[in-house]
Design a protein. Structure first.
Lengths: 182, 164, 130
């Protein structure tokens, strides 16, 4: 299985809040045989959906230049299982962002029914951790475009969120390279 | 189309030790060819934290199921507290998961769990698992219970082969 | 201004929420690291909750004097020097450093902080802000 646990962003307010959707489908690998006859979405993957929604929100706050990883799930509760055929709506809210990390609160709903309530702590990997990006910048930007992040993204003034220039440069360089091969 | 089949989202290779109502030890090796590593992360492949949690959940789930002799058809994760990811697990390493029951109630079980790599702690936390039969909550699905229980037992037997 | 008891209760709640420990584990003399199992990632969580509960700001260096502990001027052979100790005292007047002073091994410092040190720290911040 690949590791995309949100399908698309529908709201993205820089430094504050993001909403993303994920459709659960019977054909997905994690659904097969998990609880035979009762296709419930594994709770851990709901946490991941929120971690991706909130993690990208935290990451964007520093123009995607910090390495953000999930460090702790302070608490999470799942009042009812989410099932195949449900559309999950993930809402992530930034509680605090500091130099060494961030705290995020999130919920998962199916329509207006709560399926999860989660508190996450993200860490910024610092210099003591080996050097290097987690992602190739051009491919990372392509992923964010696929998730429609910049289409719905707004900064705190309500203006469209600009794509950081270092990412555009990487994308352009990579496209140029691909063009030369044709 | 048929609805039975091996559990694809299996985050354990083998159950190593099992003491009903008390404790379980299970292992999971992170193989370099696991597909999600391509995305997590492209330049630094490591086991995603939530999969370390899933391994702790699945070990706990088998302990609960085995201890009650598969009485209920469904066992799900209902709550977690303080799941801390202390260290990364890289391809080739084996995560050894230990879970022990702290409290047992009618429909819930509280456990403490931990994952180690070569004796070093990689993840810890507290889990609450919930158990029920489909006939308890979804009466229209109730006739699936025997099937669900049987499939769960089959899956368990793939993981637990105690030496005779 | 909150009383010492009120401060203790709010600090206790913050620690229970952040660390997932039980009510009765959070005693005044419990050490954050040794007894309550706090690790560096928990401190982000704890600091956030305290800031919110008391409406104060907690600069990291006031609780975690890493800059002193990693300064060659203040550390010799894995032990904090006398000048290092006085820097620590200046930075953390709320902490009881007598035990540490007796054998100031740098590695042991992390395990120093107790729940009551944390309460005294909060008292100093809350009092100062009126």
């Amino acid at each position: 299985m690949r590791w995309f646990w949100i399908d698309r962003f529908v709201e993205f307010e820089s430094g504050s809040r993001a909403v993303a959707v994920k459709n659960i489908s019977l054909i997905e690998e994690q659904m097969i045989g998990y609880v035979p006859g009762f296709p419930a979405m594994p709770a851990s993957l709901i946490i991941e959906g929120l971690a991706q929604t909130g993690g990208l929100l935290v990451c964007e706050h520093n123009q995607f230049q910090e390495r953000v990883v999930l460090a702790k799930v302070t608490k999470a509760r799942f009042p009812q299982p989410a099932m195949a055929g449900d559309t999950l709506i993930y809402t992530a809210l930034i509680q605090d962002i500091r130099e060494d990390g961030a705290i995020c609160r999130g919920t998962c709903h199916v329509q207006d029914q709560l399926r999860a309530e989660v508190e996450l702590v993200f860490a910024h990997l610092d210099d003591s951790f080996q050097e290097g990006d987690l992602f190739d910048p051009a491919n990372f930007l392509r992923t964010l475009r696929t998730l429609r992040l910049f289409e719905v993204g707004r900064n705190s003034d309500g203006e469209p969120l600009p794509i950081p220039s270092h990412m555009l440069a990487a994308e352009e360089a990579d496209n140029h390279q691909a063009g030369d091969r044709e | 189309m048929n609805t039975s089949g091996e559990m694809r989202f299996r985050m354990l290779d083998r159950i190593v030790e099992l003491e009903p109502d008390v404790h379980i030890t299970a292992v999971k090796q992170l193989r370099a060819d696991e597909e999600y590593l391509q995305d997590h992360f492209p330049r630094f492949p490591v086991m995603p934290g939530v999969l370390m949690l899933e391994a702790m959940f699945q070990a706990s789930m088998w302990l609960v199921r085995f201890s009650e002799q598969f009485a209920h058809s469904v066992v799900l994760l209902s709550e977690v507290r303080n799941i801390k990811f202390a260290d990364f697990v890289v391809p080739g390493q084996t995560l050894t998961v230990n879970a022990s029951i702290q409290e047992q109630h009618e429909t819930t079980t509280k456990l403490k769990a931990q994952g180690t790599v070569d004796g070093s702690v990689a993840v810890t936390g507290r889990l609450v698992l919930e158990r029920f039969s489909l006939s308890d909550r979804y009466p229209e699905q109730g006739t699936l219970d025997p099937f669900t229980r049987r499939e769960a037992r089959r899956e368990f037997e793939r993981l637990y082969q105690p030496a005779n | 201004m909150p009383t010492k008891d009120e401060i203790f209760e709010k600090v206790r709640t913050a620690l229970i929420d952040a660390l997932g420990v039980d009510d009765d584990e959070v005693t005044a003399n419990a050490t954050m690291v040794g007894d309550l199992g706090a690790e560096s990632i928990d401190f982000l969580d704890i600091v956030f909750r305290l800031e919110k509960a008391f409406e104060i700001e907690i600069p990291r260096s006031e609780l975690f004097p890493e800059d002193i502990l990693t300064n060659a001027e203040y550390v010799h052979d894995g032990k904090v020097t006398d000048s290092g100790i006085s820097e620590l005292k200046k930075r953390m007047p709320y902490a009881d450093l007598t035990k540490f002073e007796a054998n100031p091994v740098v590695q042991d410092f992390g395990n120093l902080l107790t729940v009551s040190d944390l309460c005294r720290y909060v008292e100093s911040k809350v009092g100062a802000e009126g």
